[in-house]
Design a protein around this ligand. Structure first.
Ligand code: SF4
Ligand code: SF4
Length: 136
């Protein structure tokens, strides 16, 4: 059965120059689409990937990533924004790797688009009033 999954990979600094995604594709026969790639201030690599392939290959590929030391963000979490706490400061907009926040140019209100969220958790730390929450 062919499956398609969106995952967030955190690469520690020591893995920065390793061809990990290349191996994932070549050795595990997966197709990929890079939705976002960036480097955090701590020089950790962050990549949002869409992976497509057979379930068995996908599972093996994920196991390879974990064994290599790549941290994979669980996507079984539901992130939401507390309307009461959000001050629309905009700190989350540049942090979010998938562009899940949108600033209204007129009202300056920040809206959260849950359907774009991949539950990487970056906005939880970045939000000053702790308006972003995660439900397990
Ligand atoms: S960082 Fe927090 S308070 Fe600021 S706009 Fe984003 S969700 Fe709202
Ligand atoms: S957890 Fe926050 S930063 Fe990460 S994708 Fe979702 S909204 Fe964006």
């Amino acid at each position: 059965m062919i499956i398609s999954r969106r995952i967030v990979l955190h690469f520690p600094k020591r893995l920065a120059d390793r061809p990990i995604v290349y191996r994932l594709i070549k050795d595990y026969d997966l197709e990929f689409n890079i939705l976002k790639a960036s480097i955090t201030p701590e020089e950790e690599g962050l990549m949002v990937l869409e992976l497509n392939g057979e379930q068995e290959d996908y599972d093996k590929g994920i196991r390879y990533l974990i064994e290599t030391g790549v941290e994979i963000q669980s996507l079984s979490q539901d992130v939401f924004c507390s309307e009461e706490r959000c001050t629309h400061c905009g700190a989350c907009i540049t942090i979010c790797p998938t562009g899940a926040f949108e600033l209204d140019p007129v009202t300056r209100y920040v809206s959260f688009h849950n359907e774009k969220c991949v539950a990487c958790g970056l906005c939880l730390k970045a939000c000053p009033p702790r308006a972003m929450e995660v439900r397990l």
